[in-house]
Design a protein around this ligand. Structure first.
Ligand code: HEC
Ligand code: HEC
Length: 460
């Protein structure tokens, strides 16, 4: 089901005006004012209990309204005041029981899924209250993630899904050797290039300061449609540089495919496909994409030793006098290998990208700043940086070693700017690279649970 994006018929390239996000919306998005963060991240235990509360299986023992009515009239014959009191109490109990049961009608018969937080990982997970993880939701999300008809079209040359660009073998980027996306720069269904190169989909359930290179989609965004991972799905479907469709057409398409209505019913309690539930299911699947089985993880768990070169690299990574990487990219206390925060790491002195962090915050210190990406699975995620300017890990290390450029908004954490970088010797560079490669998690890129399903719902 891989779409062929190379040879698009002109009918598809014609601009679909109704699909374009109006310029005004784009502008308001970028001038979005930040409101103070609330501490509304879901905590693991809270999530767990919420799930079990909402997802109680439906029992068929609802008291029918008519039965309640007749019982009421039966018990309401006045006998004695005590009896009246008792019967009113009973009545109250009955009524509250009924209300509770009525609520259950709208809850879902789905199996709660609890994310096991790996050893040493932060306990706080970003799972919105209105989209608890369920086995059925994740299974549905996996189909949709891989189903090219997410584009709302089903002719072979107009298919596109998340997996068109987010490829498991590359830790969910498209890869530098992609046959169509030359040099690793993706283009949307109608041929328009994405404004940035890709970000890997690794451990996004811990993302807590916004998605995308500039953090546009974040709980701090005033615009409700740009807050959660769920919202990214709607954006992808509509963005001209991605699917260039519209969520209504996608909804209608998915509704018409045999098998999907049943899967929506299992996951969300209704056969009616909605754009919201499409987004919810895909987001649930994406939240399961956890990498925690690298050599570094096993080292932290005392199961494997690092080589002398890797250990030297580890020290360089973790010390200010060495490579000075840990402030922005984590370390043993933060095995996500990112703070998920935004920095100008000193690549340029002049900034022309209209979609940097500054475009979101309007704050001059954010000029030229981007999210510090996770360093997990670097070996699969070239090219590097938001503009893909470095093709190899060596080039990145050379940059941090001696290629830094000063600008007024450079991060104060780039301590070695005066010397143009951290000035590593060739053997230190080799050691640092060896350490970075200990973040390679081959289980993640081969895990069958993350892969394309053998058959789509209508092929079963
Ligand atoms: C045409 C290629 C393409 C398709 C199709 C695509 N993406 Fe992406 N995705 C990208 C690019 C490029 C970025 C980085 C964009 C940026 O931040 O400017 C990205 C970034 C993301 C991010 C942000 C990750 C982070 O660390 O903040 C998420 C989440 C995401 N995509 C989810 C999806 C989902 C879900 C789908 C399917 C509904 C999808 N993408 C389809 C190209 C694509
Ligand atoms: C001040 C914070 C900061 C420090 C310190 C820092 N980085 Fe980064 N790093 C970033 C940011 C921000 C980006 C993304 C910049 C962009 O895309 O324009 C990045 C990108 C990278 C990338 C590319 C990842 C990808 O998927 O594209 C690698 C590799 C990397 N850094 C490694 C290192 C190493 C190794 C060190 C130490 C020698 C280091 N970084 C120090 C902030 C930092």
């Amino acid at each position: 089901m891989q779409p062929s994006i190379l040879h698009l018929p002109s009918s598809i390239i014609r601009p679909l005006t109704s699909d374009l996000i109006p310029q005004s919306a784009v502008c308001s998005r970028h001038s979005a004012v930040l409101r103070p963060r609330t501490s509304d991240l879901s905590h693991q235990s809270a999530v767990g209990s919420r799930q079990s509360a909402v997802l109680r299986p439906l029992t068929s023992d609802l008291i029918p309204q008519s039965a309640v009515g007749s019982r009421q009239s039966a018990v309401l014959r006045p006998q004695s005041s005590v009896l009246t009191l008792l019967t009113s109490l009973l009545l109250l109990l009955l009524i509250s029981a009924c209300t509770k049961k009525d609520d259950q009608v709208t809850t879902i018969h789905a199996t709660p899924y609890t994310i096991q937080v790996p050893l040493h990982f932060p306990g706080e997970l970003n799972i919105p209250e209105d989209n608890p993880m369920t086995v059925e939701g994740i299974a549905l999300g996996r189909y949709l993630f891989y189903d090219g008809r997410l584009s709302g079209r089903d002719s072979p040359d107009s298919l596109m899904s998340c997996s068109t660009c987010h490829i498991q073998a590359h830790s969910f980027v498209c890869g530098i050797n992609h046959p169509v996306f030359t040099g690793g720069h993706p283009r949307g269904l109608t041929g328009i290039q994405t404004s940035h190169f890709m970000l890997p989909m690794i451990n996004l359930v811990w993302t807590n300061h916004g998605y995308l290179w500039n953090g546009l989609v974040s709980e701090e965004n005033q615009n409700e449609g740009y807050r959660e991972l769920e919202d990214v799905v709607g954006l992808v479907i509509e963005l001209p540089s991605e699917i260039h469709g519209d969520t209504n057409r996608t909804k209608t398409m998915i509704q018409s495919i045999k098998g999907y209505p049943e899967l929506f019913e299992k996951a969300f309690g209704s056969r009616t496909v909605t754009a919201k539930n499409i987004s919810r299911a895909i987001a649930q699947f994406v939240r399961t994409l956890i990498s925690a089985d690298s050599k570094f993880d096993r080292f932290m768990q005392g199961q494997e030793q690092l080589s002398p070169s890797e250990l030297n690299g580890y020290v360089l990574f973790m010390t200010e006098q060495g490579g000075d990487c840990f402030h922005c990219h984590g370390g043993e206390g933060n095995p996500l290998f990112t703070t998920n925060l935004f920095y100008n790491n000193g690549k340029d002195s002049v900034f022309t990208d209209p979609f940097d962090r500054f475009s979101v915050t309007g704050n001059a210190v954010d000029i030229g700043a981007y999210k510090a990406p996770t360093l997990r699975n670097l070996v699969f995620t070239a090219p590097y940086m938001h503009d893909g300017r470095y093709k190899t890990i060596e080039e990145v290390i050379d940059f941090y070693s001696s290629g830094l450029v000063w600008s007024p908004s450079i991060s104060p954490l780039m301590h070695h700017i005066a010397t143009g970088g951290v000035r590593l010797t060739p053997s230190q560079k080799a050691d640092l690279k060896a350490f970075l490669l200990t973040f390679t998690d081959s289980t993640f890129v081969t895990n069958p649970a993350f892969s394309r399903p053998d058959k789509m719902p209508d092929e079963q």
